[in-house]
Design a binder for this molecule. Structure first.
Ligand code: NDP
Length: 321
C-alpha cells in the first residue's frame, strides 16, 4: 500500500510519514523544492525505496498533483500555509486551491485511491464568544468568514483571521467537492481537526527560535500523526470530520510540567516559574473546549499529557543544544 503525503517536510507531516513507514506503508512525499526533500531523504534513508520524494513546486497550479496521485492507494493532504503572515493570495489561495486541486487530481488520475485524509484544524470549528463553549464536529467557524468579508483594509481582518478563514474555506471546499462528485469517486474523505499541535520536532529546524508560528486546546504531534494513520485504516472514519484534541491547558501548565522534571533539563537559559497556581486546574470556566469522543470511539486514540509533551520537547531542545 502506497500513501501520498503532501507538504511532507513540515512539522506535522514528517511525523505522519514516520508513522506510515513504521506501519509498513510505502510513502511518496511531496515537497516544494529539492532542498526541502534532502532532510527527509536522510532521516528516512533506512526505508530505501519504500520512501520516495516528488517535487510539486506550486500546489495552486491546475493538475499540480496529477503525477503524484498516480498509483497511490491513499492520500494525506497536509500542505497548507501556517506561518501567519502574508496576503490573501499567500494564505487562502494555496490552502483552498491546493486542497481542491488534490481532490481533482485524485478524481482524474487516482485510479487506485481509496481514502483521502485532509489536515483541517480546530480553526475551522471554533468561534470566539464571551461565554464558555464546547464545540463538536457539527460546528463551523463562520465568524472568521464574516470578519474576512469586511475586506483586507479593515483592521479586524488580522493574520489569525486569514489563517482561520484559510482552513475553514479549504475544509468547506472539501465537503462541497465530495458532495458534488459522490457519484464519480471511488474514495472517501476524512478531515482531521486538531487544535494547537505541540511536541518534539523532526522536521529541519536548527534552533528552537525556528519553531513554526502555530506552536489552548492541545494535542501532541505524534498522536496527531497516529490519528492520520488510523484515519486511513478505520472504515468508520470515512466521510467524517474528527476533532483530534487531547484537552485544554494554559501556558502555565507547560511551565509547571517543565519545572517538575527530575533531574531538571540542561538548557541554555533558566526555566521560568511564572505563577505556578494559575494553571488550568485553577480555572473555573474554560472559554472553549471540544467534545473528543468521536476520535476515541472511531480511532481509539490515546493522548499524551502536557507532562509527557513538555518532557519530550525539552529533551529535544537539550539534544539540539
Ligand atoms: P509547517 O509550516 O511545519 O508545514 C506546512 C507544510 O505545508 C510545509 O511542507 C510547507 O512547505 C507546506 N506549505 C505551506 N505553504 C505552502 C504553499 N503555499 N504551497 C505549497 N506548500 C505549502 O506546518 P504544520 O506542520 O504545523 O502544519 C501542517 C498542517 O496542519 C497544516 O495544514 C496546518 O494548517 C495544520 N494544523 C497545524 C496546527 C499546528 O498547531 N501546527 C494546528 C492545526 C492544524 P514549505 O516548507 O515549502 O513552506
Amino acid at each position: 500500500q502506497k500513501v501520498l503525503v503532501s507538504g511532507a517536510n513540515g512539522f506535522v507531516a514528517v511525523w505522519v510519514v514516520k508513522s506510515l513507514l513504521e506501519r509498513g506503508y510505502s510513502v511518496r512525499s511531496t515537497v516544494r523544492a529539492e532542498e526541502k526533500g534532502r532532510h527527509l531523504k536522510e532521516i528516512f534513508a533506512s526505508y530505501g525505496e519504500k520512501h520516495e520524494i516528488m517535487i510539486v513546486s506550486d500546489i495552486t497550479e491546475r493538475g499540480a498533483f496529477d503525477e503524484a496521485v498516480t498509483g497511490v492507494d491513499a492520500i494525506q493532504h497536509i500542505a497548507s500555509p501556517v506561518h501567519i503572515g502574508g496576503a490573501h493570495s499567500d494564505i487562502i489561495t494555496p490552502a483552498v486551491q491546493g486542497t481542491v486541486g488534490m481532490l481533482q487530481s485524485a478524481l482524474d488520475h487516482g485510479k487506485s485511491v481509496k481514502r483521502i485524509v485532509i489536515t483541517s484544524s480546530c480553526a475551522a470549528v471554533l468561534h470566539f464568544d464571551s461565554k464558555p463553549q464546547v464545540f463538536d464536529e457539527n460546528d463551523w467557524n463562520e465568524q472568521c468568514l464574516e470578519v474576512l468579508a469586511r475586506g483586507d483594509s479593515d483592521p479586524s481582518v488580522t493574520m489569525l483571521v486569514k489563517y482561520m478563514a484559510s482552513k475553514t474555506l479549504a475544509e468547506k471546499a472539501v465537503w462541497k467537492f465530495w458532495e458534488e462528485h459522490q457519484n464519480e469517486i471511488k474514495w472517501d474523505i476524512v478531515t482531521l481537526n486538531p487544535p494547537y499541535v505541540f511536541g518534539p520536532s523532526m522536521h529541519k529546524m536548527s534552533t528552537p527560535s525556528d519553531l513554526n508560528a502555530s506552536s489552548c486546546a492541545y494535542v501532541d504531534v505524534r498522536d496527531l500523526a497516529e490519528a492520520h494513520a488510523l484515519a486511513l485504516e478505520k472504515p468508520d472514519a470515512g466521510s467524517k470530520r474528527i476533532i483530534i484534541c487531547a484537552g485544554v491547558c494554559k501556558w502555565q501548565d507547560f511551565i509547571n510540567a517543565a519545572n517538575a522534571i527530575s533531574p531538571p533539563p540542561r538548557l541554555s537559559q533558566p526555566l521560568p516559574v511564572g505563577n505556578p497556581g494559575s494553571g488550568i486546574a485553577s480555572t473555573t470556566a474554560v472559554l472553549f473546549s471540544y467534545k473528543t469522543n468521536r476520535a476515541i470511539q472511531i480511532l481509539g486514540l490515546q493522548y499524551r499529557s502536557v507532562a509527557d509533551i513538555t518532557k519530550d520537547i525539552l529533551a529535544d531542545f537539550e539534544a539540539r543544544g
